[in-house]
Design a protein around this ligand. Sequence first.
Ligand code: HEM
Ligand SMILES: *[C@@H]1O[C@H](CO)[C@@H](O)[C@H](O)[C@H]1NC(C)=O
Ligand SMILES: *[C@@H]1O[C@H](CO)[C@@H](O)[C@H](O)[C@H]1NC(C)=O
Length: 320
Amino acid sequence: MASSYSFLFLHMLVMFSLASIAFSDLSDDFYDDICPQALPTIRRVVEDTVRQERRMGASLLRLHFHDCFVNVSCDASILLDQTATIDSEKTARPNNNSARGFEVIDIIKSEVDRVCGRPVVSCADILAVAARDSVVALHGPTWEVELGRRDSTTASRTTANNDIPTPLMDLPALIDNFKKQGLDEEDLVALSGAHTLGFAQCSTFRNRIYNEINNIDSTFASQRQANCPRSGGDSNLASLDPTSALFDSKYFSNLVSKKGLLHSDQALFSGGETDELVKTYSTNLRTFSKDFAKSMIKMGNIKLLTGNQGQIRVDCRKVN
Ligand code: HEM
Ligand SMILES: *[C@@H]1O[C@H](CO)[C@@H](O)[C@H](O)[C@H]1NC(C)=O
Ligand SMILES: *[C@@H]1O[C@H](CO)[C@@H](O)[C@H](O)[C@H]1NC(C)=O
């Protein structure tokens, strides 16, 4: 009798712990007990930063995206500096002289660790929350960020080169690239709407404004050519939509009028299967905002390090 009770007890214990593993991966109240000031602190630094330089909101959003698309998803691998054993992603083609906001993440991390009294918040979670708070600071939608990501102990420049989409991609290549991350065509269109914020360098859109004459508004092309010569001026900036510091639907209405800046932007509206959704978003900010939030959660939650995998870095730039 006693042994069958203890067997039952053991059995239940195993069941409960399995259940708790299954459900404790991520949660929106992950830091509520460990450090209730963590999230308000991230928001405060993001708000202060974006007030000083609105573009930084765009840059922080992009940092989270580039973190999530490499290998095991959002694991702060993008923040690791080059060492003898770390193959830094910072110099991968899509990031080199382009990814920005690393100093802001350092400030957030030190502020958060100070208010928490110890390093309990992962750099990967900081990136996810800072991306959300940036969108909110630029008048976009909000969403609950599921928390509990752990930081990687590795990085891969090669994987960053292979996995982050390039601005020269056509629609099938973009669809395929997102599919490898578990994201579908709707996610592709909604998340590309992040280009309602921020800027791109001349080198990323030069070919489009000089050579894609059949698929670009001619007035728009000559306006862009004025600050992006055929040679030189590689890092000259143009805003990705007309309102680079405001989360709105102009990115999509621009695509409908053939004024997408990047080849990969216009690819979403060039006679393919995503045309309809682009049209919908172009006149419906509410639908775009709702879908954007949903896809950001999806992008932020795929293939994560959780539980006791990886680590919580003390310095986001270095493995502990
Ligand atoms: C669909 C495939 C995508 C491609 C090919 C792409 C490509 C690019 C390129 C080439 C730039 C300009 C970088 C530079 O000139 O330095 C850029 C900027 C940006 N991208 Fe994307 N991107 C894509 C999707 C996304 C997604 C999914 C997000 C976020 C959810 C995002 C957020 C941003 C932001 C906010 C900027 C402006 C950054 C700043 O001003 O600092 N992009 N992207
Ligand atoms: C990154 O950009 C710098 C110029 O700022 C250049 O010297 C370096 O070769 C680039 N790195 C890679 C890996 O392309
Ligand atoms: C991908 O992530 C796994 C788990 O962290 C790691 O073992 C592996 O080395 C990574 N691969 C690359 C190419 O970074």
